[in-house]
Design a protein around this ligand. Structure first.
Ligand code: BDP
Length: 721
């Protein structure tokens, strides 16, 4: 056995295998890498300030908090920090909620508890008998847990822990992921493998991934999850599945994460044996009441229902001549006795309305303002069409002051290159959150509407359509982890800057090296504008290929519903391009407050980034740069390609800062992105050129393929359908 050749092969093998195992681990750990602090001065300062852990209480959440802090510190400080019974020794890290703090500790607190809410936390350097300690506290154990993750973040990002005095609370109550996961484990619009939920093995087998999923979410403040698809299957509400849901809910509970389910409106017929699902029918009402009771008996902290009704063929109250209010209120009454809520989606549009899809949700929902029960919140997508690379903010925001509205962002990149394109989405989220609706004068931002401050709402919420699957790295692209992370951070505080979030994520996920952070952060921040440029510049939208939404398809015009065709959205003809939503067109602009409407309505004041969203303009129309619309459009497509090229070259210089496996992964993905950016540019420009009849400006690379070649491309097995 000790033959030299054998040893040689063994060595070779371990050499080959090692990087892959390491990569799997590093990818898997997301932003909770807890790698040893590299900077020696900072590391020894941390060492000197943390000498032991004193955990107060023994709830499941405190146990989780203690375990996490031990795990984190053992990695970051590269030593085991022991649990202590008391604060006799100096430099203890004390974890415990307000009710468990003794008088001496409380003497160190001024008004901090008044500054935080039930989920908030305090991290404070305190003195007990002349000995310094760090206290992590909150009004609840969950607050303490959030404090623990935020304390670890300080260390992970190499911040000072001298004289700490931090108070922080989430601004939005429901910070939730929407999983579009089916019971067969396929994920609608999922690009990171199959669903995490192993329904077949549940409830008896609890995958470690469920725990790690909860840890990751709690670390960024997410406190809810809708575990099944909005295109719902009623079976999830049967006892067979509820038992499995209960097992997941129990696993998530110590982490402060509530489980919610989507409710298929026709469930009373499909699994209840009733003849109707009419919300006015007494048997139907009772069926939902009983169902709610059954769910709450199993899962006392069940969050409630998310409903997609009368949208894209899903059943709903309109099937019975009732309306959205009737449907939502019936379900709201069923969950109200248990403290549950209903998130009713406003994503509706009908094939019978030929006017303008962008106007429909507003037209349908705004008249219902003030009619929903107190425990209903209306969930609105960020834009009026559907998660495009760029959309102006949805006009419903600001138009329903008497109704709590929650934001729905998409984290999964359905229209943004799936999981092969690096696109840092918090930039997009921030743009929407900062948009001023002017609904109550200047400063009525979308953020203020969804955090309830503008219209004084108690229930507030923000949802992100998850990009998570069972790929080892969770999200398909290592940088797509930043979108999950950034969503959570903005859900906690929608006023944060996406740049700060990118920096924190980079430090926690990769490295605290300044050179690395500077270059890669810039790359991330530019990536959103790059995707807009190479896919849908100047306000173009929904011109992707049909069904799977992968790649360009501006030519598609043969689908049964007019508003499913890209030609419906760009309206390119020999005269020009763009959707006229101004007064002379569909007048969608009138759905905004006058201050906003006036700006959008006039092509000369409309932001050029939204120009073709609101206006149909001649190819010769002059933009602010003095160039024609045709030339500007072509140059934007080229700019997008150039931006991806520069992302590639930035990344190629990062080899020394990143582990080999992740370096290569990102490099390969950026190469795909570059190829696909060129594909988008060439296919769209060749197609639009048929109408403009003009040459490409000289700065734009000439396409190598023909338009017919691009049209011939088919992707029958594109993921996510
Ligand atoms: C669209 C998706 C579709 C979803 C729908 C929705 O293409 O798969 O079911 O939105 O949000 O973006 O309901």
């Amino acid at each position: 056995m000790n033959h030299p050749l054998f040893l040689y092969i063994l060595l070779q093998l371990s050499f080959l295998i090692a990087p892959f195992n390491m990569s799997a681990q590093e990818d898997y750990k997301l932003w909770l890498q807890y790698k040893k602090v590299q900077h020696t001065k900072i590391a020894s300062n941390y060492q000197s300030k943390i000498n032991g852990i004193v955990a107060l209480g023994n709830s499941e959440t405190i146990q989780v908090a203690t375990k996490e802090i031990q795990l984190g510190l053992s990695g970051l400080l590269d030593s085991t920090i022991a649990l202590q019974q008391n604060t006799d020794k100096e430099n203890m890290l004390i974890l415990g909620n307000k009710l468990l703090l003794d008088e001496n500790i409380l003497k160190n607190i001024k008004n901090e508890f008044d500054l935080i809410n039930e989920e908030g936390y305090i991290i404070k350097t305190i003195q007990l008998k002349n000995k310094k300690h760090i206290l992590i506290t909150g009004k609840t154990d969950i607050g303490v847990l959030y404090g623990v993750y935020n304390f670890l973040k300080l260390l992970q990002t190499n911040q000072s822990i001298e004289n700490l005095a931090i108070t922080d609370s989430p601004r939005i109550n429901i910070r939730i992921l929407n999983h579009w996961d089916n019971l067969d484990r396929t994920v609608e619009r999922g690009y990171a493998g199959f669903s995490l939920w192993n329904w077949h093995k549940l409830p008896d087998f609890i995958d470690q991934r469920y725990v790690d999923y909860a840890r990751a979410n709690t670390s960024i403040g997410i406190n809810g999850t809708v575990i099944n698809n909005v295109n719902a299957n009623a079976l999830i509400l049967t006892p067979q599945y509820l038992e499995k849901v209960e097992a997941l809910a129990k696993t998530f509970k110590p982490y402060g994460i509530k489980v919610y389910l989507t409710a298929r409106f026709s469930a009373p017929i499909e699994i209840g044996g009733l003849k109707t699902a009419d919300p006015f029918n007494t048997d139907v009402k009772n069926w939902w009441k009983e169902k709610a009771k059954e769910i709450y008996q199993r899962i006392p902290d069940f969050g409630g229902f998310l409903v997609k009704a009368n949208s894209e063929g899903q059943p709903g109250p309109q099937n019975y001549g009732r309306n959205h209010v009737d449907g939502a209120n019936m379900l709201a009454d069923a969950v109200a006795p248990f403290g549950g809520i209903v998130m009713w989606r406003a994503f509706v549009y009908s094939e019978h309305d030929v006017n303008d899809r962008a106007k429909q949700a507003y037209s349908e929902f705004v008249p219902y303002d003030g009619q929903f029960r107190d425990n209903v919140i209306v969930q609105v997508k960020n834009g009026a069409i559907d998660f495009q690379p760029r959309e102006p903010f949805h006009p419903i925001f600001g138009a329903m002051p008497k109704t709590p509205l929650m934001m729905e962002f998409q984290i999964t990149q359905e229209y943004l290159g799936f999981s092969s394109h690096l696109v840092y989405l918090p930039k997009l989220y921030q743009e929407v959150l900062e948009s001023d609706t002017y609904s109550k004068g200047k400063g009525s931002t979308v953020a203020k509407i969804i955090d309830g401050t503008l219209d004084n709402h108690k229930i507030t919420g923000i949802a992100g359509v998850a990009n998570i699957g069972n790929d080892i790295n969770w999200t398909g692209h290592p940088f797509a982890q930043a979108n999950w992370y950034g969503f959570g951070r903005l859900a906690w505080n929608p006023y944060q800057d996406s740049e700060t979030i990118a920096e924190d994520w980079l430090r926690m996920t990769f490295s605290n090296e300044k050179k690395f952070i500077k270059a890669v952060k810039e790359m991330m921040l530019e990536s959103r504008e790059a995707v807009v440029n190479y896919m849908t510049p100047l306000g173009l939208h929904h011109i992707m290929d049909t069904g799977h939404h992968y790649g360009p398809g501006p030519w598609v015009s043969n689908l049964s519903r007019p508003e499913w065709n890209p030609t419906y959205y760009h309206k390119a003809d020999t005269k020009g391009i763009g959707f006229d939503r101004s007064k002379t067109g569909s007048n969608a602009t009138a759905q905004y407050a006058p201050e906003v409407a006036n700006i959008f309505d006039d092509a000369t004041t409309c932001p050029e980034k939204d120009l073709l969203w609101f206006h149909h303009l001649p190819w010769d129309y002059k933009l602010k740069n003095g160039k024609t619309l045709w030339n500007s459009l072509a140059l934007k497509y080229q700019e997008g390609v150039n931006q991806v090229a520069s992302m590639n070259s930035t990344w190629n210089k990062m080899e020394n800062y990143v582990d080999e496996a992740r370096f290569k992964e990102v490099q390969m993905l950026l190469n795909i992105q570059y190829k696909e950016a060129k594909w988008w540019r060439d296919a769209c420009l060749l197609y639009f050129q048929q109408y403009s009849g003009k040459e490409l400006p000289k700065e734009v690379e000439k396409p190598i393929q023909t338009l017919n070649f691009f049209k011939s491309l088919k992707f029958p097995f594109a993921p996510g359908i």
